[in-house]
Design a protein around this ligand. Structure first.
Ligand code: P6P
Length: 353
């Protein structure tokens, strides 16, 4: 049986990659993994407990909170608070940043931005969901951390990862030295290295987009979808349409098999739906570190100006050549600018057919 490397062993072995870290980042990743195991336990028995369904509340986004959303959020905040390595948590589930008030945390170096349970509306139908996290260093040790430490560019991330609660539970993360995947072995309660040095194929045959929004897509996106559907033996088209509706699951599949995930702007979401700080930036860091590409259709996701905590962005992410191909259609298409009319929804300013 080949040697089993647990996440803890791996982090210690790789600590040398972090000249300035004295173990704090390692402990922070450990804290996240511990919370992930706890959430995994509840997700895996969601159908057996009164933890399914809506909590009867909504989050800052105005989205119905699922009971597991709230549970997961509490678990990650609790683990990060007791771990003592994190001074601020920025969560999709909370309007404002959460300052960790403990004496230890006052000197903590790290900020964690997190989507505790992405895709949670899928829980009741047993579709994979995930946690997405992004880690930054506090900008200046002299002062207390504040929102400016959270609104850093994606290029300032020191680590990013996701946990996918699927047919198996995996933790996939990067600290800027490639991407490694760990599968939870429930028999020993450890995440074990199962996917070392993950690389996304530079080409793929899977495109992931909610085609239900087709009529609202920019013209270039429509043209790219048609391109994916055309018959062309040389480029192995038509591609396959695969859309789970859970960002972590769609991107994880494309990371392994190759593919592109697109959530463009639409009439109802003029800045796209997905959030920059705790969804797109961490996933972009991972995909870039695996050799892929992540843009908003034009500009690099990780280079976007971060102005507010729950800021949204269109996202085109995955196999490098597929993302570049999609960008090509967007650049060549007539730019659509939505002309909002107070008496109606959005009116396209150009022919969209
Ligand atoms: P739509 C889940 O609600 C989520 O935030 C992502 O995980 C997922 O990719 C996206 O929204 C799905 O959105 O509009 O296609 O249902």
């Amino acid at each position: 049986m080949s040697k089993v490397t647990t996440l803890g062993q791996f982090i210690i072995e790789k600590q040398a990659d972090f000249p300035y870290a004295k173990g704090e980042l390692s402990r922070l990743l450990r804290d996240i993994a511990i919370a992930g195991k706890t959430v995994n336990r509840e997700v895996n028995k969601a159908g057996l407990m009164d933890i399914l369904g809506k909590a009867g509340s909504s989050n800052i986004q105005g989205e119905d909170q699922q009971k597991l959303d709230i549970y997961a959020n509490e678990q990650f905040i609790s683990a990060l608070t007791s771990g003592g390595e994190c001074c601020i948590v920025a969560s999709e589930e909370n309007e404002d940043i959460i300052r960790i008030g403990s004496a230890v945390a006052k000197n903590a170096k790290y900020i964690v931005a997190i989507d505790p349970l992405d895709g949670s509306s899928n829980i009741d139908v047993n579709v994979p969901v995930g946690t997405i996290f992004s880690i930054y260093r506090k900008l200046s040790p002299e002062r207390d951390a504040d929102i400016s430490d959270v609104l850093q560019s994606g290029t300032a991330q020191v680590a990013a990862g996701y946990i996918i609660y699927g047919s198996s539970t995996m933790l996939v993360y990067t600290t800027g030295n490639g991407v490694n995947g760990f599968t939870l072995d429930p028999s020993i309660g450890e995440f074990c290295l199962s996917h070392p040095q993950m690389r996304i194929p530079c080409d793929g045959r899977i495109y992931s987009i909610n085609e239900g929004n087709y009529i609202h897509f920019p013209k270039g996106v429509k043209q790219y979808i048609k391109y994916c559907q055309e018959e062309d033996q040389l480029s192995q088209r038509p591609y396959m349409s695969r859309y789970i509706g859970s960002m972590v699951a769609d991107i994880h599949r494309n990371l392994i098999k190759g593919g592109i995930f697109i959530y463009p702007y639409t009439a109802s979401a003029p800045n796209g739906k997905l959030r920059l700080v705790y969804e797109c930036n961490p996933m972009a860091f991972i995909i870039e570190q695996a050799g892929g590409r992540a843009t908003n259709g034009k500009d690099r996701i990780m280079g976007l100006q971060v102005n507010e905590l729950h800021q949204r962005t269109p996202v085109f992410i995955g196999s490098r050549n597929m993302v570049m191909q999609a960008e090509h259609f967007l650049q060549d298409a007539i730019d659509l600018s939505f002309n909002y009319n107070e008496n109606s929804a959005f009116i396209y300013s150009a022919d969209t057919h």
